[in-house]
Design a protein. Structure first.
Length: 327
């Protein structure tokens, strides 16, 4: 075997795009109405929204902009949240649950407008596959509910899936889903917001917070402070650092990126494919690089150029998810 580099601490999007823009670090004490801590996609969306509403806003990030988990994301845009609608109904009631799902649906359209033409935004169908027979009943229940509420979904059985080249027991197909370059989108949003008066400071870490009446004082690693009326924590996975109690523990997450594929026509409709059995998400990017994201500590069995058991078969392609991994 030649030089096989299986692990890297370089996230795909930053390698692909490089440093799109640098911002200065904080070098004096400042004031603002709203401070957003974290310049990933969440912070960028929030800062743009606030700035458009005329709020005097500052974004800080301890790294370069977009270098948090945004730069490692596979950036599948799905309106589904992690909890299936039928389960969410039990937790928050049918109306609130439906509202959450509809908000997700609308957000994909909005993101398309926000992304413009430079962020590789593309609408894609999404297949949530039942890789184990035991998962079919739950997925089917989810499908029936969403169909009843007129969400844009259809059901694919084993045979129909095989025609798409997928080996699984059934799948819920959502018509509305998309993919994007999340790093570019983050930079684009911040650039647009800066035109409206946003101040962005990177390589600036918030280390301490003090609340006074009507304001918050945020101390940074270089000794300067930011006094603001409101502070928003868009600190992604690192939010745990500032919480008094432990609400989350982390397992390993892996993003696999293949070499460019000459012609991915066998990847039916370039669909987004995901499953809950081993929380896994896959897509083939414009420009034809496949990548997928697996959340758990796993052993990955590699065959043929890193594509695992994804293999061409009868002109279609076959993804045998559960068998593709030795867990
Ligand atoms: C491998 C992988 C794949 C993923 N794929 C998807 C996907 O396909 N679809 C999807 O929707 N989601 C995906 N996610 C989740 C993804 O991370 C989020 O959707 C999104 O990118 C989170 O953005 P964020 O802005 O909230 O967090 P981040 O991008 O992590 O941004 C948080 C920022 O806060 C900064 N920060 C933290 N603490 C401080 C501090 N004290 N002071 C200053 N700055 C600070 C960090 O430097 C960072 O830049 C994936 C995650 C991983 C790890």
């Amino acid at each position: 075997m030649g030089d096989l580099n299986l692990t890297s601490d370089l996230p795909f999007w930053t390698v692909r795009n490089g440093l799109l823009r640098v911002y200065p670090p904080l070098d004096r004490d400042i004031r603002c109405d709203a401070l957003v801590i974290g310049g990933g996609i969440s912070g960028a969306l929030l800062a743009r929204r606030l700035t458009r509403r005329g709020v005097d806003c500052v974004v800080i990030d301890r790294r370069d902009i977009g270098f948090g988990s945004t730069s490692a994301s596979t950036a599948l845009l799905q309106y589904e949240i992690d909890t299936p609608l039928h389960e969410l109904q039990h937790r928050v009631g049918p109306q609130a649950a439906e509202r959450a799902y509809r908000a997700g649906l609308e957000s994909i359209e909005r993101l398309e407008k926000l992304a413009g033409r430079q962020c590789d935004f593309a609408m894609r169908p999404s297949f949530q596959v039942a890789t184990r027979r035991a998962d079919v009943a739950g997925l089917r229940k989810e499908y029936e509910l969403r169909r009843q509420l007129r969400f844009p979904v259809s059901w694919l059985d084993r045979k129909e899936l095989r025609e798409c080249g997928i080996v699984a027991h059934g799948a819920l197909r959502s018509r509305v889903a998309a993919e994007v370059d999340p790093y570019r989108l983050t930079h684009r949003l911040l650039r647009l917001a800066c035109e409206g008066g946003l101040r962005v400071l990177d390589r600036t870490t918030a280390v301490r917070y003090e609340q006074a009446r009507g304001s918050v004082r945020v101390m940074t690693d270089r000794g300067h402070t930011i006094r603001c009326r409101r502070v928003f924590f868009s600190t992604g996975y690192e939010t745990q650092d500032i919480l008094p109690d432990t609400v989350v523990t982390f397992k390993s997450t892996y993003a696999f990126v293949s070499e460019p594929i000459a012609d991915p026509c066998w990847w039916k409709d370039r669909a987004l494919i995901w499953g809950r059995a081993i929380l896994m998400f896959m897509r083939v990017r414009r420009g034809a690089t496949a990548f997928w994201w697996v959340e758990r500590t796993i052993m990955f069995s590699i065959r043929r150029g890193g594509m695992g058991r994804l293999r061409r078969r009868r002109g279609g392609w076959c993804a045998s998810f559960t068998r593709c991994f030795r867990i």
